[in-house]
Write a protein that binds this ligand. Structure first.
Ligand code: UT7
Length: 340
C-alpha cells in the first residue's frame, strides 16, 4: 500500500491546522493568439509553440486591472462553494501588478465582499507569490492568530508587457485564482511541507523598474515594463528550482511517486518538462494550463489546479506539490493534501 505522506511527516515545523475549503478562478475574455503576435512582432506560431508550449493567453481589457481579476476569481469561488466570506479574518493577495501602490488589492477585496473586519495585505514574490501566500496563511492559522484566510494570486502582466519585445511579449497573460484556507481540527491539517529560497543576485535577470532602478549598479532599463534575460532565468529554473523541488520532497520524506500531482509555476512547457526529468516526476504527473493561459505569474498555479479539478484529474485525497518560482529570483513550494 502506498505510504501516506501526511503520516510520514512528523517534523513539528510541518504541523498544520489548515485546509483549502474552496477555489475560484478567472481569466479575461479577450484571447491573444500566436497568430495575433505574428502581426505585432517578428515571431511565428511555430517558434512560440516549440520554445514555450504556449498557444494563446488571455488579456485584460484596458479598463480591467488586477483587482477586477481578483474580484472575479473570488466571485467564482463563492458561486461554486457553500462558503461565507463575511467572517474571513485575513486577505492575502499575491501580485506584481497591483492597480495602485496603495491601497492594496487585498483591501479592495475586503470592501467588495463585505468582509467585516480583517487583515488585508498584498505580497510580492512574483511567480512564487501564490505558494508564498499559502505558506503564510498556513502559518497564521497554525499560530492561532487567524482562522479563515482568502489567498489570491492575481496578475495583469499585459499592463507591464512591452509588446515591441518579442523575447517577452509572447510569454505573458492575465488571470487570477483564489482559495479559502480554513482552520481545521487538531491533527487534520492538510499542509504537509514547505520550501523557500531566494537567489537575489539573479534579480537583475527579470525585473520591472518602478520608482528607481532596483539594482542600479547594473544599469537597468527603467521603463515600467518587464525586462527579462530569458536564457539566464531558464538556466536558473532548470537547475536551482529543480534542486528546490528535490529538497521539498526530501523535507517531507516522500518520493515523487508518492505525489499525485506536480504543479510547478507555468512559465514555459520546456521548463516544466525539464523539472520533471530532473526531479523524477513522470511528465503525466505535471499539471499545466500554459498552452491556453501563457505565463500568468501569481495566478498560474491556481489556474492549473482548477483546470485539473474541473476535468476530473484532481480529486479529494490527492497529494499535490505546488512550486512557484520567478522574479527575485525567488521560489516557494508547498506539499498539501487536496480535499475538494
Ligand atoms: O515567470 C518568470 C520566469 N520566467 C521564465 O521562466 C522564462 C525563462 N526563459 C524562457 O522561457 C526562454 O528563455 C524563452 C522562451 C524566453 C526564450 O527561449 P530560448 O529557447 O531560451 O531562446 P533564446 O533566448 O536562446 O533565443 C534563441 C533565438 C535567438 O536568436 P539567435 O540569437 O539564435 O539568432 C532569439 O533572438 O530565438 C530568437 N527569438 C525569437 N525568435 C522568434 C527570441 N524570441 C523570439 C520570438 N520569435 N518570439
Amino acid at each position: 500500500m502506498r505510504q501516506d505522506p501526511l503520516a510520514a511527516t512528523n517534523a513539528p515545523m510541518f504541523r498544520s491546522l489548515a485546509r483549502i475549503a474552496a477555489i475560484g478562478t478567472y481569466v479575461p475574455e479577450r484571447k491573444l493568439t500566436n497568430a495575433d503576435l505574428e502581426r505585432l512582432v517578428d515571431t511565428s506560431d511555430e517558434w512560440i509553440l516549440q520554445r514555450t508550449g504556449i498557444r494563446e493567453r488571455r488579456i485584460a481589457r484596458d479598463d480591467q486591472y488586477t483587482s477586477h481579476l481578483a474580484y472575479a476569481a473570488v466571485a467564482d469561488l463563492v458561486a461554486r462553494y457553500d462558503v461565507r466570506l463575511d467572517d474571513v479574518d485575513y486577505v492575502i493577495v499575491a501580485t506584481s501588478t497591483p492597480d495602485t501602490v496603495f491601497p492594496s488589492v487585498a483591501a479592495g477585496v475586503q470592501a467588495r465582499f463585505g468582509i467585516k473586519s480583517c487583515g488585508a495585505v498584498d505580497i510580492q514574490a512574483a511567480c512564487a507569490g501564490f505558494t508564498a501566500g499559502l505558506q503564510l496563511a498556513n502559518g497564521l492559522i497554525l499560530s492561532g492568530l487567524h482562522r479563515k484566510i482568502l489567498v489570491i494570486g492575481a496578475d495583469a502582466l499585459s499592463k507591464i508587457t512591452d509588446y515591441t519585445d518579442r523575447t517577452t511579449c509572447i510569454l505573458f497573460g492575465d488571470g487570477a485564482g483564489a482559495v479559502l484556507v480554513e482552520r481545521t481540527e487538531e491533527g487534520d491539517g492538510h499542509f504537509i511541507a514547505s520550501y523557500n529560497s531566494t537567489d537575489g543576485d539573479g534579480g537583475r535577470h527579470v525585473y520591472c523598474s518602478h520608482l528607481a532602478p532596483a539594482i542600479g549598479e547594473y544599469g537597468l532599463i527603467m521603463n515600467g515594463k518587464l525586462v527579462q534575460n530569458g536564457r539566464e532565468v531558464y538556466r536558473w529554473a532548470v537547475s536551482k528550482v529543480a534542486e528546490g523541488v528535490a529538497e521539498l520532497l526530501r523535507s517531507a520524506n516522500v518520493g515523487p511517486e508518492e505525489i499525485d500531482w506536480f504543479v510547478p509555476h507555468n512559465a514555459n512547457m520546456r521548463i516544466i518538462e525539464a523539472l520533471c526529468e530532473r526531479t523524477g516526476f513522470r511528465g503525466d504527473q505535471a499539471i499545466a494550463s500554459i498552452a491556453k493561459h501563457g505565463n500568468t505569474s501569481a495566478a498560474s498555479i491556481p489556474l492549473a489546479m482548477d483546470e485539473a479539478l474541473k476535468d476530473g484529474r484532481l480529486k479529494a485525497g490527492h497529494t499535490l506539490l505546488l512550486h512557484g518560482f520567478g522574479g527575485g529570483l525567488t521560489q516557494a513550494g508547498t506539499i498539501l493534501r487536496w480535499s475538494l
